[in-house]
Design a protein around this ligand. Structure first.
Ligand code: FCB
Length: 471
C-alpha cells in the first residue's frame, strides 16, 4: 500500500459491536433464571474487585429496546451477544423456559427490524451452577448437556439467526476458571484444566452436530478463540521454546483439534507430568473436528515470554497471556512472562496492533478458505466526562484506529476478514475487575443506568458510514 491511499473496506464488511449475557443483562433472579457460576463467584467475598456482581449490570434485560435504538443510531451492521444458559434452561437439563427464549427472540427481532445482523454465542462463561455442582467442565457429561442446550436454542431461534458460535474463548473458561481460579468457578486444579479444555472442545463438536441437525442449511456456524500472539523475549532457542509452549497451551490446545482433528504432540508431552490424557477417548478428536463456516478471533495484546531461570518471578500484567493464567499445567516454572515496552490500556495490556495482523495472517494460512471475523477488540481507558456528561476518549479512538488499520493491512495481504465486532457496545461488568474497567463505546452510569455514547462511538459511526478509515 502506498502512503496516503485511503484505507477502504469492502461494502459488505460487517461492522459490529459485542457484549455478553452476564456482563450486561442483570435481571439475575427474574423469569425463572437460576444462578450461573458467575452469580455464585461474584457473590463470594473477595473474588471480584469492590464486591461487584452482575445482579443489575447494565440492566440490558429491561433496556434492550433502548440498546437496539442506540446500535441503530450508530449505524451498526452486526451485534454479537451471548445467551445465558441459566435463563433458557435453568438447571442445565430438561425443557427450555419459554420466557427465557422469548427474551432472545424479541432481541433478535428488534435487531432484524433495524437491519442489524444478530451473531449469537451459546456460551460466554456463565455455566448453570447446577452443572458446576455436578462437576462442571472437567466432567464429560457437561459436554453432552451443552449439545442439548444448543439444540433447544437452535430450534427456538434458528429461523431468525444466521450466524452462530458455540463458544467464546474456551481458554479463559478452562484456564482461568479451573487453573488460576481468577474466574468462576474459581478452582485451582492443574489436571482439571486439561479435562475442562477437552470437554469444552468436545462440547463444541457435539453442539455443532446438534445445531446442524436443527438449523436451516445456509446457517453459518463458527467458534471464537483468543489465540495468544506469543513472542519470544529473545532469539535464544530456550526463549523460542517457551513461546512454543505457551502457544500450545493457550492456542493449539483448542485450534488444532477444532481445525485439524488432533491435539498437538508437543502439548501432550509438555503436560505429561500432570495428566496421562486418559480423558481423551477414541473418536473424540473426530467429533471435535466439525466443518465450520467461520472462525472468530479475539485480540487485545501480545504476550512476551522467555524461559525461566530458577526462582525468576513473572512480571506479566494480567489476563491474556501472563501470570494470572498459571498454573500453566506444567509450565509455570518453565516460562516467564514479560511486560513488553509501550503504551498500555487501563488493563495494563500493551497496545500493539501488529499482533492483530499477525493473528489474522496466521489463521488465513492455517485455515485457508475459512472466513475470519474479529469477534472482539477494544480497550479499557480512564474515561473522563466533561460538564455536560460527554466522554472524550481519544485513547480509545487511537486504539481502534490502530487496530482497524491492522485489520486492513492483513486484508491487503490476503486475509479473508469479513467483519469486526468492537468490544464493547456498553460499559459492563468486567469479570474479576467488576465495574472498575470500562470498555464501552457507550458510557453507562451504573447508578442511573443512563447510556451516553462516547466520542469513540461517534468516531466508529463515521468510519462505518464512510466504509473507510480516516487518515
Ligand atoms: C475477553 C472476554 C470479554 C471481555 C474482554 C475484555 O476475554 O471475552 O468478555 O471481558 O476480554
Amino acid at each position: 500500500m502506498t502512503e496516503n491511499q485511503p484505507r477502504v473496506f469492502p461494502p459488505d464488511f460487517l461492522w459490529g459491536a459485542a457484549t455478553s449475557s452476564y456482563q450486561i443483562e442483570g435481571a439475575a433472579r427474574e423469569d425463572g433464571r437460576t444462578p450461573s457460576i458467575w452469580d455464585t463467584f461474584s457473590h463470594t467475598p473477595g473474588k471480584v474487585l469492590g464486591g461487584d456482581n452482575g445482579d443489575v449490570a447494565a440492566d440490558h434485560y429491561h433496556r434492550f429496546r433502548e440498546d437496539i435504538e442506540l446500535m441503530s443510531g450508530l449505524g451498526l451492521g452486526g451485534y454479537r451477544f451471548s445467551v445465558s444458559w441459566s435463563r433458557v434452561q435453568p438447571t442445565g437439563r430438561g425443557p427450555a423456559v419459554q420466557r427465557g427464549l422469548d427474551f432472545y427472540r424479541e432481541l433478535v427481532d428488534g435487531l432484524l427490524e433495524r437491519g442489524i445482523v444478530p451473531s449469537l454465542t451459546l456460551f460466554h462463561w456463565d455455566l448453570p451452577q447446577e452443572l458446576e455442582d455436578a462437576g462442571g467442565w472437567p466432567a464429560r457429561e457437561t459436554a453432552e448437556r451443552f449439545a442439548d442446550y444448543a439444540a433447544l436454542v437452535g430450534e427456538a431461534l434458528g429461523d431468525r439467526v444466521g450466524m452462530w458460535s458455540t463458544h467464546n474463548e474456551p481458554f479463559c473458561a478452562a484456564f482461568l476458571g479451573y487453573g488460576s481460579g481468577v474466574h468462576a468457578p474459581g478452582r485451582t486444579e492443574p489436571e482439571s484444566v486439561l479435562k475442562a479444555a477437552h470437554h469444552l472442545n468436545l462440547s463444541h463438536g457435539l453442539a455443532t452436530q446438534a445445531l446442524r441437525s436443527v438449523l436451516p442449511k445456509n446457517t453459518q456456524i463458527g467458534i471464537t478463540f483468543n489465540p495468544v500472539v506469543s513472542r519470544p523475549y529473545s532469539e535464544s532457542p530456550a526463549d523460542k521454546d517457551a513461546a512454543r509452549r505457551i502457544d500450545a497451551l493457550q492456542t493449539r490446545i483448542f485450534t488444532d483439534p477444532v481445525l485439524h482433528g488432533a491435539y498437538p504432540a508437543d502439548l501432550k508431552q509438555d503436560t505429561a507430568r500432570v495428566s496421562d490424557w486418559s480423558f481423551l477417548r477414541d473418536g473424540d478428536e473426530a467429533t471435535i473436528h466439525q466443518p465450520l463456516d467461520w472462525l472468530g478471533l479475539n485480540y487485545y495484546t501480545p504476550s512476551v515470554v522467555s524461559a525461566a531461570a530458577d526462582g525468576d518471578p513473572t512480571e506479566g500484567a494480567d489476563g491474556h497471556g501472563s501470570s494470572e493464567h498459571s498454573p500453566w499445567v506444567g509450565s509455570a516454572d518453565l516460562v516467564r512472562f514479560h511486560l513488553a515496552p509501550g503504551e498500555r490500556t487501563e488493563m495494563g495490556w500493551v497496545i500493539d496492533p501488529t499482533g492483530l495482523s499477525e493473528l489474522l495472517l496466521r489463521f488465513h494460512r492455517e485455515a485457508p478458505g475459512l472466513p475470519l471475523y474479529i469477534t472482539e477488540n477494544g480497550g479499557a481507558f480512564e474515561d473522563k466526562a466533561d460538564e455536560s456528561g460527554l466522554v472524550h476518549d481519544p485513547d480509545r479512538i487511537a486504539y481502534l484506529h490502530g487496530h482497524l488499520g491492522a485489520v486492513h493491512d492483513a486484508m491487503a495481504q490476503g486475509a479473508d476478514v469479513r467483519g469486526y465486532f468492537l468490544w464493547s457496545l456498553l460499559d459492563n461488568f468486567e469479570w474479576a475487575y467488576g465495574y472498575s474497567k470500562r470498555f464501552g463505546m457507550v458510557h453507562v452510569d451504573f447508578e442511573t443506568l443512563q447510556r451516553t455514547p462516547k466520542a469513540s462511538a461517534r468516531w466508529y459511526s463515521e468510519v462505518i458510514a464512510a466504509g473507510q478509515l480516516p487518515d
